[in-house]
Design a protein. Sequence first.
Length: 372
Amino acid sequence: MKRILSFLLAFGLLTGVAWADTIKIPVAAPFTGQLASFGEGVKNGALLKAEEINATGGINGKKVEIVLEDELCDPKEAATVATKLANDPDISIVVGHLCSSATLASLPIYRTAKMPAISPSATNVTIGKMSPYYFRNVYKDDFQGFFLAKYADRIKGFKKMAIFYEVNDYSMGLMLAFMKEAKKLGIKILGTEAYTSDTTDFKPQLTKFKMMKPDALFIPGYAPQGTLIVSQARSLSMKNVAFFGADGLDDDVMVKNPDAEGLFVTTPFLPDKAGPQAAGFIKAYKKKYGKDPNWFAANTYDAVGLAAAAIKAVGQDREKIREYLASINSKEKAYDGVAGKTYFDKNGDCLKDAFVKEIKDGKWVSAEKQLQ
């Protein structure tokens, strides 16, 4: 037995493996499947932040290890991942999940295990109210929906609109918030149609929309379907209809689609609108990955930073981490990240600014007019 222990100790020293000196921070998101492009930004942001933390001595002398958990943005997969993480005594906090449906599936599991989690991107309005252990550093769908309605009215001047939404928690929450504010503003909603994530032929619904002659079509869904919707609408000669959506359409697949020229979306992060503290992040990200960071990368970078700050302050006790995060409850106590200041209300929700970007000449650019 002594020989075996001596061998293992020597092997660990020679290879640099020292698990006792490593702090695991799991990051749960879709790294394969339809929404893998979203997960790419999440992964990049998390790994970059961990690399920077480790380069400055880690957390209290221990290195950060990012554990990537692929849950496909699927509720069943998310529940499986959450169960594994909740039962791992070496895990004290989770960064994730990405989609609202996946977050809602994992939430009761983390709540039962008293596992704190920070989502960088799940925007469904009910999440914060359902668990004292869930936090997020992104705005909610009610804010985003209200913001979009006001932008469509005040900046774009749309008076007649139609809505094409996906049947999921994220899309439906956005639609309801948008419709509520649109009604107050006097915008006429001509009609709504629904689709599922496996839909590929949108022409029957788009044909109905074409007959309604809307000024614009609001698509509160995800980019894989959004790019098909826009192209099929153009093929039906819906040339005078504007298209817009929320942060679910903020993806490179939309930029690569020439039919999406003029599309505008909300986003919680714009490089040219970010504060001075974001400059180093943007430079490092471009150097490492060869492109600008998207909002998934920026928010995940900050979420990992929040998790690390909590562990540094109180150790790896789950309840103490939850209490630490809950104490960040004012502007004065805010975590100053690359995507702005983050502090939480009593539900673990935060207030963040929203911005608008659009596709112009085949590139994402900041919209000339931002809502004040």
